[in-house]
Design a protein around this ligand. Structure first.
Ligand code: ZN
Length: 281
């Protein structure tokens, strides 16, 4: 992990290889935490790594419902802010894929393929008490803490509930999973055309620093690279469907460009198939 002091206020926790990023904004009246990673133990470790105390966190922002951004929520005894649809999606998760029965059956499936991962996941579940956001907003939330202005802006794309966090005075943008830097993106809850449009929109922020949800701090070149990958994959898939090709024939086309030096290459075909299904509706 890399701990990056972006300026006198902001710290980014960056995991370039595996895992998810998070951000911490320091103010004289306490801290704002952006996303809580995959587990209580993980987020506690990050916050304590900068000699901060979880009790100093005055506000947690969940950028979207995915478990690697929300499952550390229980550590914090403060408002947890998210878009209304993030709360709704997490409520639905608790009844469905995050229910004790569903998690147990996930563990049994994984036991056969990756026992080490199952051990780690079992340990996480022992301590886990999935905690919901307790403050929601509709399209945009504008707040201030100790004179520091911040905006949480609902954009969707990667997931329908996704929001970015923008510090206008510092021109600092926490882009969440709208940006995957250096690896294939996870698209399986995405609306691809919305995502492509939102990546173009991110350019308009004219940010000095962009912290992605996954990967290292990046610039407009990385936004363009991801937008081009999504657009080209989407367009070529459209063309295959127009020609009546099956999902297998489509995914096998070598003309699809590879992304991010093929890191998380297993998503190459899976992403094509997801787009195929989204296009045929
Ligand atoms: Zn995500």
């Amino acid at each position: 992990m890399e701990i990056i002091r972006i300026d006198s206020l902001a710290t980014a926790f960056i995991r370039p290889v595996e895992g998810v990023n998070a951000g911490l904004i320091h103010t004289p009246k306490g801290m704002i935490l952006i996303d809580t990673t995959s587990s209580p133990a993980e987020i506690k470790m990050l916050v304590e790594a900068v000699d901060a105390n979880p009790e100093e966190v005055r506000l947690v922002i969940n950028t979207h419902f995915h478990s690697d951004h929300t499952w550390g929520n229980q550590v914090f005894n403060c408002p947890i802010l998210a878009h209304r649809s993030c709360l709704e999606r997490m409520q639905s998760g608790l009844k469905n894929e995050w229910s004790p029965e569903a998690l147990q059956s996930y563990l049994s499936d994984q036991e056969k393929t990756d026992p080490k991962k199952v051990d780690d996941f079992r340990r996480t579940l022992l301590d886990l008490n999935i905690t919901l956001p307790n403050q929601v907003f509709e399209e945009r939330f504008e707040g201030e803490l100790a004179g520091l202005s911040y905006e949480v802006i609902h954009l969707g794309g990667h997931t329908p509930d996704l929001s970015v966090v923008w510090l206008p005075d510092r021109r600092l943008l926490f882009a969440s999973d709208l940006i995957f830097q250096g690896r294939y993106p996870y698209v399986f809850d995405a609306d691809i055309p919305v995502w492509i449009a939102r990546l173009s929109h991110l350019m308009e922020f004219d940010a000095l620093v962009i912290i992605p949800g996954h990967g290292v701090m990046c610039a407009e070149a990385e936004i363009t690279a991801l937008r081009d990958y999504l657009q080209e994959t989407w367009d070529l898939t459209h063309e295959h469907i127009r020609q009546g090709h099956s999902p297998d024939e489509t995914a096998a086309d070598p003309a699809y460009s590879r992304f991010a030096e093929q890191k998380y290459e297993r998503l190459h075909h899976a992403n094509i198939r997801y787009m195929y299904n989204q296009i045929i509706g």
